[in-house]
Ligand binder design. Structure first.
Ligand code: NAI
Ligand code: COI
Ligand code: MG
Length: 357
């Protein structure tokens, strides 16, 4: 039976990096006879330009009918601003919420070949393998009320609401406990329970869930300390579970432990394991159109897509092995460049992964 993949290149470097992942997907589709069917649609700024809105109903409809989605990135100075920020039902946040993609898995794995590209000393990061489980459809990015209002006297005030319901915490908690169960049995829940009531509830629910997973060792950490510990001694962590905004920030920080945000893939899953896959980075307007962006996070996201949504583990592993092989060959995009390595652009990196496949 054929399975459908929707490609959403988006904006900035999005089309450049998705093009490389698409070539890789075509290659494994052929080699492993996966029967994948591909379609492409607009989202984000590209969709505003083409259809006047960041998430056209046609794109949402295609996304809902697909078995899996691969997204590049959305946004850029041309479209960012209050109007987009105030409408979480639109664009990327709209896709995530409409598809109920509440579980965002962000593995931060250091390829040994990139030890010298990491922001930390090799002895602190060697063998690093952390999984950040970020809640993706709730928290302060979605809470109501939100907006900018005028106060008496004419001054404006911006406001957002940080809310989590018990059921939202429970379902992301279960994903994290199950991941910890399958890994090293260590889960750290990151919150700000010394200040925010919403995360007092978060902590309470995590403690309650721990009773169902006696083999998992649960710890708690405040987010400010977690940000510090990640750069001090990152290998103390195995699985981290946290809310939408803290996970957004901590995963960008974790990216630098692996050498570059251009190396960090992600999976965003719903209860049916339908998923959207995307690199953790944004549309990188500062390097868009130059052919120098690192496509590996997107290619590795395609591997996660094959693993989690398309039941093609062998193809996923083949892509991951090919990425490792090109790093062994010393090929590096600018963001992971180091002395003695060969600098390549986006397309050449894609070519090398294809050749290694
Ligand atoms: N999932 C998404 O679609 C996301 C979209 N954004 C949007 O992207 C735009 C730019 O946001 P920024 O804060 O600048 O974050 P960004 O992640 O786009 O860029 C941050 C820095 O990382 C570099 N970088 C990112 N990806 C790279 C890659 N593959 N290869 C090499 N270098 C890379 C960029 O050149 C830049 O210096 C904004 O409009 C933002 O809203 C930001 C994060 C996620
Ligand atoms: C729209 C933002 C929340 C995107 C982002 O920064 C992310 O998901 O990492
Ligand atoms: Mg982010």
């Amino acid at each position: 039976m054929s399975q459908s993949v929707l490609l959403l290149p988006g904006d900035g470097i999005g089309p450049e990096i998705v093009a490389e992942a698409e070539r890789v997907l075509h290659k494994v589709n052929e080699r492993f006879d996966l029967g994948l069917q591909f379609a492409t649609a607009d989202v984000g700024g590209a969709a505003i330009d083409a259809a006047g809105e960041p998430l056209p109903s046609k794109t949402l409809d295609q996304a809902q009918k697909s078995d899996a989605i691969l997204l590049g990135a959305v946004g850029g100075p041309k479209w960012d601003g209050l109007e987009m920020a105030l409408r979480p039902e639109k664009g990327l946040l709209g896709l995530r919420s409409n598809l109920e993609l509440f579980a965002n898995l962000r593995p931060a794995i250091l390829y040994p070949q990139l030890a010298s590209a990491s922001s930390l000393k090799p002895e602190v990061v060697s063998g690093l393998d952390i999984l950040i489980v970020r809640e993706l459809t709730g928290g302060i990015y979605f809470g109501q009320p939100r907006g900018v209002r005028e106060l008496e006297g004419g001054e404006r005030q911006g406001y957002n609401t940080y809310v989590y319901s018990e059921s939202e915490i429970r379902r992301i908690g279960r994903v994290a406990f199950e991941a910890a169960q399958q890994r090293n049995g260590k889960l750290c829940s990151v919150d700000k329970a010394n200040v925010l009531e919403v995360t007092v509830l978060w902590r309470e629910i995590m403690n309650d869930l721990a009773k169902d997973y006696p083999e998992v060792e649960l710890s708690h950490m405040y987010v400010d300390n977690a940000a510090m510990q990640l750069v001090k001694a990152p290998k103390q962590f195995d699985v981290i579970v946290t809310g939408n905004m803290f996970g957004d920030i901590l995963s960008d920080e974790a990216a630098m432990l692996t050498g570059s945000i251009g190396m960090l893939p992600s999976a965003s899953l719903n209860a049916e394991k339908q998923g959207m896959y995307e690199p953790c980075h944004g549309s990188a307007p500062d390097i868009a159109g130059q052919g120098i962006a690192n496509p590996l996070a997107t290619i590795l996201s395609a591997a996660m897509m094959l693993r989690y949504s398309l039941q093609a583990e062998e193809a996923a592993q083949a892509i991951e092995a090919a990425v490792s092989a090109v790093l062994d060959q010393g090929l590096r995009t600018a963001d992971i460049m180091s002395e003695g390595a060969t600098r390549v652009g986006t397309r050449e990196m894609g070519d090398a992964v294809l050749a290694a496949l």
